[in-house]
Ligand binder design. Structure first.
Ligand code: COA
Ligand code: MG
Length: 299
């Protein structure tokens, strides 16, 4: 999943517009982009949109961001949307792996009540929006089969720690926020789920967005969240592996497949190839959307 576009849950107009944005996923938001007085209206709008979208044959992932577990609002959010079968729930301000288990159990109750297969709806989590979440980065692994992605957010963390800004005078993230980004990459790799980069809020600056996307790809993120439809094409382009990388990955996979399970080290174009190269090739193939059957070694 390369691009995940946030859409305020109380805006039917933006939701319709977002469906043709080219984003791999939409994040229908019930949290920060919806004012307190409009929460119940937003729940109904999101549920109705999901039901309509599910009747269509779209391939776009539909994710709902609920309110944080300690707000007392997340159960009403789940009650409104689970029956409409979103692909995933995004948990903001996730404090630990235990919260993922808690959310998973709550989703399961609603799935069962709605007669849905229990366990099908996945969880994405924003894990750096609080100091607690950052300090618990190592606890997200293996806490739920539903966990599919970890993402980071910088705005709420600034509020939690009392920082007046998350960037310095040159526009670079300050240390705590760079750590948040780093912990997300590590926690996602530890949990074997996707790492999703945070939003780029200056939505008219495409060069700045492109630079941030390229740094994210380099450092191991598999996708990036967007706040405006114009950002989607830039993100998709940056997170689509170039054909030469895909071709090379397929050659590496084929080499290892031909050499059998005991192969440790091989050579390709006069260079040594070993297990880390295989793992890297598997990642590139997955990011390119290659079906596991297409290449025998991708699991
Ligand atoms: N999803 C779908 N459509 C969007 C959109 C989004 N995230 N952001 C903007 N659009 C639409 C606008 O409605 C407008 O459509 P229209 O011409 O049919 O009216 C068009 O794209 C152009 O928008 P533009 O005028 O450039 O921006 P704006 O001033 O209307 O909106 C924001 C700016 C920031 C308010 C808007 O991009 C937004 O709501 N983003 C999402 C915010 C969010 O969900 N935040 C929570 C996570 S951080
Ligand atoms: Mg927030």
């Amino acid at each position: 999943m390369r691009s995940l576009l946030f859409v305020p849950g109380d805006s039917e107009r933006k939701m319709l517009k977002a469906t043709s944005s080219g984003a791999d996923a939409l994040i229908l938001d019930l949290e920060d982009s919806v004012a307190q007085g409009r929460k119940s209206e937003a729940r109904e709008t999101v549920a109705a949109f999901l039901k309509d979208a599910k009747r269509g044959a779209g391939t776009q992932w539909l994710i709902v961001r609920v309110n944080a577990l300690d707000t007392g609002m997340s159960d009403d959010d789940l009650a409104a949307v689970i029956a409409a079968s979103p692909d995933a729930i995004l948990l903001p301000k996730a404090g630990s792996g235990a919260e993922i288990q808690d959310l998973s159990a709550r989703i399961g109750v609603h799935e069962a009540e709605a007669g849905l297969e229990v366990g099908k709806i996945m969880i994405h989590a924003l894990m750096t929006e609080t100091a607690a979440g950052m300090l618990s980065a190592g606890t997200f692994a293996c806490k739920s089969e539903r966990l599919a992605a970890l993402a980071w957010g910088a705005e709420d963390l600034a509020a939690d720690i009392g920082a007046s800004s998350n960037k310095n005078e040159t526009g670079a993230y300050t240390d705590v926020f760079r750590l948040a980004r780093t912990l997300t990459i590590l926690a996602a790799a530890h949990s074997r789920v996707d790492a999703i980069d945070t939003v780029f809020t200056d939505f008219r600056d495409m060069e700045g967005l492109d630079a941030e996307c390229r740094a994210a790809v380099r450092d191991g993120f598999t996708g990036k969240m967007a706040i405006h439809p114009d950002q989607v094409a830039v993100i998709n382009k940056a997170f689509t592996p170039p054909p030469e990388d895909v071709e090379r990955a397929v050659r590496i996979l084929a080499l290892f497949a031909a050499a059998g399970p005991d192969a440790g080290v091989l050579s390709l174009d006069g260079k040594m190839i070993d297990r880390p190269h295989l793992r890297q090739a598997e990642r590139v193939a997955r990011r390119a959307g290659l079906e596991p059957d297409a290449v025998p070694e991708i699991k």
